[in-house]
Design a protein around this ligand. Sequence first.
Ligand code: NAD
Ligand code: DAU
Length: 356
Amino acid sequence: MSVRNIIVTGGAGFIGNHVVRLFVNKYPDYRIINVDKLTYAGNLANLSDIEGRPNYTFVRADICDFDRMLALMKEYEVDGIIHLAAESHVDRSIKDPFTFARTNVLGTLSLLQAARIYWESRPEGYEGKRFHHVSTDEVYGALEMNGEFFLETTKYNPHSPYSASKASSDHFVRAFHDTYGMPTVVTNCSNNYGPYQFPEKLIPLFINNIRHGKPLPVYGKGENVRDWLYVEDHARAIDTVFHLGKTADTYNIGGFNEWRNIDLIKVVIRTVDRLLGRPEGHSDHLITYVTDRAGHDLRYAIDSTKLKNELGWEPSLQFEEGIERTVRWYLDHQQWLDDITSGEYEKYYESMYSNR
Ligand code: NAD
Ligand code: DAU
């Protein structure tokens, strides 16, 4: 495949900035066009280190704007799309499901349709083209505490408005392959952690709260299990599948790294306290059990054996090293956190937690 002009949607978000950075650095011959609406979750400061690179372009646009997406396809003669733009936070989807349907379902459809019209208008058609859809393990639903894993063949069973919207977008992507012959590929990944994650998600939120002596709102009994993967390993997996994955196939991405929330939180507390020179146990009292998340999925666990066996990808980082790096990064980037949590977000956070 000789892809040269690649749109990455959602490149100013958490995972997107790592994908953009990897591609811009690794493929100087590619032109990477970062298409992002810059919602509350998008932040160009995440990409300040590559801003002026000759093979990088930023375009502020909404993926739901079909005319704009088609115009961008033509203007940049796009032959590859890596689609990450989405509303991504489960708690927000419970409050406001419509925004999730709009961006995640209609936005994906608008992008697919723009790609279809442009690629079908080309003399070479779909030859050398690729639409890579970045999705989540949450579409598979929830597992019991029984050692089972999500496989690529696991039946979809989403429970939250977020996962329902992602499941719907996955179906549209596969439908565009089956109906129009578009060369698509889908990846479903587990929970990511690492630098530049918006501090409404568990790990950055808790690091920041521990630093400032604020309560740590643990949903329910803290017994839910998540499978954590360092974000740069996810970006590498996307690179692998984008270039080597089989058309119309699905690849699970995960770290074989399951943690009960409460155990993970204790590791985060210990790490923050140690790095700040505080005595062990200093921040344990901040743990505050609050009302559970509605429809809270008990356990996620991804089996990524197929990706390892077929394409040779494996996580590169042990969790202990990943969490140490992550905590250090947030402690060293207080200004980044302050910039994005002041103003509108602060009001939202207060309203989310005032009635718990
Ligand atoms: P994020 O919320 O940090 O970033 C989303 C980005 O999309 C932001 O830059 C935002 O401005 C942009 N965006 C939102 N709506 C848009 C629109 N209408 N048009 C253009 N841009 C828009 O999300 P993330 O955590 O980086 O997740 C990226 C993708 O990976 C999502 O599709 C998500 O479902 C998927 N995913 C995330 C995880 C995870 O643990 N974070 C795990 C598996 C899969
Ligand atoms: O599994 C992949 C998914 O991981 C991605 O598709 C989503 O975009 C991403 O947000 C993430 O979803 P989760 O809901 O698992 O992540 P979150 O960080 O919101 O929560 C992780 C766990 O911690 C979950 O069981 C809920 C719990 N939690 C979360 C927050 C924010 C708390 O107990 N307290 C909190 O304040």
